[in-house]
Design a protein around this ligand. Sequence first.
Ligand SMILES: [Zn+2]
Length: 476
Amino acid sequence: MDERAEYPVNRFTTTLNQSVYPRLPLLLQNAACTASGFIRHRARFNRHFHRTLLEWTEGEDRSLEELHELQRTRLDRLVRLARDHIPYYRDLAPPSDKRDPDEAIRETLASVPPLEKREYRDQPLAFLSRKSSRARLYTGQTSGTTGSALELWHSPETLAEEYATVWRMRRRVGVDIGDPCMSFTGQMVVPVQQSREPYWRTNYYGKQTLFSIYHMTPANLRHYIDAVHAAPGRYVQGYPSSIHLVARAMLEAGRPLPEGKLAAVFTSSESLLAFQRTTLEQAFAAPVRDRYGVSEFAASMTQCDRGRLHVDMEFCIVEVEVVEESEDFEAGPLLITGLSHDAMPMFRYRIGDVGRRARKACPCGRPGDSFLEIDGRTEDYVLTPDGRRVGRMDHVFKQQWAVAEAQIVQVDPGAIEVLIVPRDNYDKTSERSVIREIRSRLGNEIKIQLRLVNEIAREPNGKFRAVKSTVGRNEP
Ligand SMILES: [Zn+2]
């Protein structure tokens, strides 16, 4: 699942994060967060974004047929582009000429075999459009769900359309661009060695309070609670596992936010678990709206007030490889096709998440595909010797090109074991790089043991779990 909040990854931010930034005084760290917020803002909210958001918002009363017609037009365009300009898809069949758009979509997709991640990983450049100028493209990385790094590219227009799905959802609950927010994502805004508040920084340009997800000890959480009450904010955004730690502390301290302060809490990048939703809604006194997105920019689903995840049909096509079904749903692995992804089209990409698609229309009235549930990323926290619970440790592996798969295992707070399936080019330098990335999030106290293995076992449900900790379980 996705890393939305960090896109676009720019060198400026990376360099700052790794060497210069941690040594700056607080004031300049805030200035750096503001500068990087300004850069992100400019990249996301370009003219194409505003045009798309307007068009998709006004098009909300489109019928299902009209949505399929739109999907078909976009899919056909992408297939033609791929045939002409993408080396990997040179031999793709031309789009179906069936009259009915829904049937045509099915026929076109049926002629393309599903795309496996390893297929992409082994030759990413073969997916890059010869028509796109590399200089215009943004580069991103993801660690996927298995710790296997992927390099990705996308155009400014793809990024704009991705954010159009985000902001269409946010506007539905009365939140708009420019509203102040509190953010809990993986950015390392507070140096890991810091042992005094504030454990947050401010992006003044974007009116964002950026909370560190790497300093959440029981004692520090008291300061987080004070800050959540004091900071300006119309909404909260970020990883459910991190927001949950703060929300639970707020309830335990008897200090939920007053009703009406926030319009919503927006979660993404991990599966939102039922107990997390309950705690978040109580602590922040606002509805939670979840979103499913991916770093590959090839799928988006946004939640409605009935709790369903609606596929943003203008943006993507989501298929289900059905392995279980009933009168109400069909469930199985997802195959995603991004309709906005002109620089690097992927057809029927097996993302590795499993979903339960509803067979009946959503009572909210929005037409199109909707999911009852997506079983995406769920991980434990790593518990550090000084009591911090740190989520989303998979970030460590985002740029580890010599690592094929990785899993962090923990049975006591003093140590972690890191299982690594190495690639051929794995060496001492790769090892040092993994340890440095871990230390930058967990500090210097915890013992780290790396163990090279041939494979990493999946859970009984087939899912890969990046972090398994008996002392940092992700549960109520
Ligand atoms: Zn709905």
